[in-house]
Write a protein that binds this ligand. Structure first.
Ligand SMILES: N[C@@H](CCC(=O)N[C@@H](CS)C(=O)NCC(=O)O)C(=O)O
Length: 248
């Protein structure tokens, strides 16, 4: 695919799903064409250098961004995952049809990101500049609270929100970027905390229906089956450290 045919450029760390995955899923569900530039070779403008350049504002052409993901489109760059997903959702019919629906979708998206931050902090409760191995004791205490209390509270909340519509999605029959965010959260929690997730999601039927329905969306299904979907791993936000999960 040539640069002219590519609608979007995503700047995100290669090798992890991370926050970039919320953007990737939205792009894939929309059927959009995009470059995942940091996954391309350095000698073709890819690699981490591409991220450094966009964070610095592409030689003064754009405002600096604090952290990836960043999306470049029509010569402009946008950061903050929820902001990017809303931008894409509105352009591609994945954000409802009224202001009320848009804000309801975004409310869920932001709540997913609250949970995401807490999930990250289970393995890095003290500092992102230190290794997990150097903050394991604090991680255990933080994770115990997360799996015992926060996972059930967040999952119960999303299930209750879904109960407000006829499903399977947040807006009923129409997929939105909020559904993609909830899906990614469920996938990540299931990977990182399989026991905590199982207990928290047990009997939450609307949530299970959303997870299944999102996974069967044509763009999403093709993506999940492709090598564009980076497997979960212990460098990302959702890490499977058995000692941080429920003990049984
Ligand atoms: N609220 C921001 C958080 C961005 C963020 O924390 N990005 C991570 C990668 S997932 C990062 O590289 N952070 C670098 C830093 O915070 O210095 C968002 O949702 O996009």
């Amino acid at each position: 695919m040539t640069d002219e045919q590519t609608e979007y450029t995503l700047y995100y760390w290669p090798g992890i799903q991370g926050r970039g995955e919320f953007v990737r899923l939205t792009l894939e569900a929309a059927g959009a064409t995009y470059r995942d530039i940091a996954r391309e070779p350095e000698d073709q403008g890819g690699g981490p250098g591409a991220i450094r350049d966009v964070l610095e504002g592409l030689d003064g052409q754009q405002p600096p961004a604090f952290a990836p993901p960043v999306l470049e489109v029509d010569g402009s760059t946008y950061a903050q995952t929820a902001n990017i997903c809303q931008f894409l959702g509105r352009r591609h019919g994945l954000a409802g049809t009224s202001q009320q629906e848009l804000h309801r979708v975004h409310q869920v998206q932001l709540t997913v990101h609250d949970c995401l931050t807490e999930a990250h902090d289970t393995h890095h409760p003290i500092s992102i500049a230190e290794y997990y191995e150097d903050q394991k004791d604090a991680a255990r205490r933080r994770a115990a609270f997360f799996v015992e209390q926060r996972i059930p509270k967040f999952l119960g909340h999303f299930d209750a929100v879904l109960g407000y519509t006829d499903g399977p999605f947040l807006l009923g029959e129409d997929l939105s970027y909020g559904d993609l965010a909830v899906f990614q959260l469920l996938e990540g929690l299931n990977y990182a905390f399989p026991r905590g997730y199982r207990r928290g999601a047990d009997s939450l039927n609307d949530l299970a229906a959303l997870r299944e329905a999102v996974s069967q969306q044509p763009g999403v299904k093709a993506y999940l089956d492709s090598d564009r979907r980076i497997p979960f791993n212990e460098k990302g936000i959702f890490r499977h450290y058995p000692e941080l999960d429920l003990s049984d």
